[in-house]
Structure formats: C-alpha cells, structure tokens
Design a protein around this ligand. Structure first.
Ligand SMILES: [Zn+2]
Length: 200
C-alpha cells in the first residue's frame, strides 16, 4: 500500500512532468489496462472541481488505476461524494485525499455573485450547489475583484477539506490518512499545495 507521503510525492512528480510537457504516456499502455482488469488500488483520491480544464489524471500525469477521482462543480461533497471517498479509503486502500480547486473557479464565482445579488437567477439545482459553497466564503477579507475570487477559491478548498473530516467518521478517525487541499493554476498548470491543517 502507498503511504500518504509517497502518494503526495507521486502527485508532485506527475505535475512536474505535466508542467514540463513531458507526460509519461501511462494512459495509453495496453499492458497496464490488462493488469488492472481484476482489481484496482488507486494510490490517492482526488476530490476535484468538474471544470473541463482541471482533469486530475492529466494535471498529475497519472494513468488508469492510479487515481480515484470524484468531481463536482466547486468540489462540493455531499453524503454521496463522501460515500464514494470512504469506499476508496476503506476498500481500495487509498491513504491520501487531495481536494483540488483551481483559479477562476466558476462555481466559486457564481457563489460570490449570489452573495452579492440574492435576487440573481439560478436554477434550483445550481442554487443548491451554491448553498453548499456559501458557508465557506462568509469571512473573506478581500473586498472585490480578482483578489476576492482568489481568496474565495482557497477558502472553498479549505472548507471542503474540513467538511470531509466533519462529515465522515471513517475519514476523521483514520490515523494513517492525510486530507489536504491544493489549487491548480489555469494560467501556469502548476498545482499549489495549501498548508495542511492540524487535524488532518
Ligand atoms: Zn471550478
């Protein structure tokens, strides 16, 4: 089994390959696909935003069977997503969970918009999404503009990280599990790790 520290290093190395434009080509290996037909042991869970520009397998240069990926807009984690993650930890052996936000996140932007203009239009389901993100953005310090959005993106990642522990006994109580946040830059392709919280 891959430890959380080893898993993190693999992600960092993969992002370096992605940044350098030198992917390992693991995605297309036929032998790898065949080796996986009887089971999986992904070394990390990525709970990421569904944004089409932030595909975890690509930005971390990982192939089939390596990442257990759960994605929703704004990486919102309801009990359904928590259950998926618990499965990866309990049954597949993943010991690192990375919440992956990104710059200029539309879901975060929409939430900030709804906070500024409560009368704005959103479908009932998008409103539900916004209501999940809103509590994490109530104490932003930046006043407006790009700075506020950048701060909100980090705040949303932290809120999701905390939400995973708060919402799951399994995730909170496992001593060998690390949950951390990261932000992907659409501008550079780099993944920046956010400082780990004490209760990880
Ligand atoms: Zn997003």
């Amino acid at each position: 089994m891959t430890t959380a520290a080893e898993a993190l290093q693999r992600l960092i190395d993969g992002n370096q390959r992605f940044l350098a434009g030198a992917p390992s080509g693991v995605l297309s290996e036929v032998a790898k696909r065949e080796a996986l037909k009887d089971g999986q042991a992904p070394f990390a869970v990525i709970l990421g935003c569904a944004d089409s520009r932030v595909s975890p397998e690509l930005v971390f240069d990982q192939g089939l069977g390596e990442l257990f990926v759960v994605r929703t807009a704004g990486h919102v984690a309801t009990p359904v997503e928590l259950g998926s993650i618990e499965y990866a930890v309990e049954h597949l052996g993943a010991r690192l969970i990375v919440v992956l936000g990104h710059s200029s996140c539309g879901a975060v932007q929409a939430t900030l918009g709804a906070m500024e203009d409560p009368e704005g239009e959103a479908t009932p389901n998008i409103s539900e999404l916004i209501e999940h993100i809103r509590p994490g953005l109530t104490s932003l310090e930046s006043a407006a503009g790009a700075e506020r959005l950048t701060e909100a993106v980090s705040a949303n990642v932290r809120a999701t990280v905390e939400g995973l522990s708060a919402g799951s006994d399994v995730l909170r109580e496992r001593g060998d599990l690390v949950i951390m946040g990261a932000v992907y830059s659409l501008e550079t392709g780099a993944v920046e790790l956010l400082p780990a919280s004490d209760d990880a």
